[in-house]
Design a protein around this ligand. Structure first.
Ligand code: DGL
Length: 252
């Protein structure tokens, strides 16, 4: 079984990592659009175009299902891709995270993500539709992506930035949703700074939901494609624990 997975760049590797943990005998084709990251500040039209190109690239490998690992692309282009490719099962990171939060039954939730994801209000609207009395705070936290890409997963700079974005929510929320592919790498640090919060990321709930579909025979295989060999590529692969030698750089 072949699974295509794409992200605006390297962050989606956190999703791939979770999928690998629950899969058996699956061939994964990961495309990171490192030449055009970040998606999180771009217009909807542009994100749709990029997401379409990523999907068309992955479809060349005859994938059986597609995972949109990028929160921004899920928010801005998920419905568009499903309409465009009705024959291809498409999963994104939003629904499973919403489900996970609702299972926790909180009174208050904080959502952080890129300006684009937060601006789309996708998490807020989906949560409120299912539980209208939930208090939802949202905030774009754009400095977190470059921090993670530079390998600043903890330490004084990261702590200052996290406190800057999140301190005023300390007693206001019970659950924090990490609505961006990069943020799972900051989970430990956020947990240390705000130990009372339950932290939900979008990668683990997605993997949990897809697990039944990803059980075949044999070992998993991973093919990694990127649209540019960017400065932090190797470092991010190491941070995520995916030491993959066979990286291909694709030119469109
Ligand atoms: N992958 C993006 C997301 O999850 C973060 C990086 C970007 O802005 O492209 O929203």
């Amino acid at each position: 079984m072949k699974v295509g997975i794409f992200d605006s760049g390297l962050g989606g590797l956190t999703v791939l990592k979770e999928l690998l943990k629950v899969s058996k005998g699956i061939e994964f084709y990961y495309l990171g659009d490192t030449a055009r990251v970040p998606y999180g500040i771009r217009s909807e039209e542009t994100v749709k175009r990029y997401a379409l190109e990523c999907t068309l690239f992955l479809k060349e490998f005859d994938i059986d299902l597609l995972v949109i690992a990028c929160n921004t692309a899920s928010a801005k282009a998920g419905a568009f891709l499903r309409k465009k490719f009705p024959e291809l099962p498409i999963f994104d990171v939003i629904e499973p995270a919403v489900e996970e939060i609702l299972n926790l039954n909180p009174q208050s939730v904080g959502v952080i993500g890129t300006p684009s994801t937060v601006g789309s209000k996708v998490y807020k609207e989906k949560l409120l539709k299912r539980k209208s009395n939930i208090k939802i705070l949202q905030r774009a936290t754009p400095l977190l992506v470059p921090l993670v890409e530079e390998g600043f997963l903890k330490g004084p700079i990261t702590e200052t930035v996290l406190r800057h974005y999140l301190s005023d929510w300390k007693d206001k929320i019970e659950v924090l949703l990490l609505g961006c592919t990069h943020y799972p790498l900051l989970k430990e640090e956020i947990k240390r700074l705000f130990p009372d919060w339950v932290i939900v990321d979008s990668a683990q709930p997605l993997a949990k939901g897809l697990k039944p579909l990803l059980q075949r025979e044999g070992n998993n295989k991973v093919h990694l494609f990127f649209t540019d060999k960017t400065a932090f590529l190797e470092r991010m692969l190491t941070s995520i624990g995916l030491k993959e030698k066979r990286i291909k750089i694709v030119k469109w």
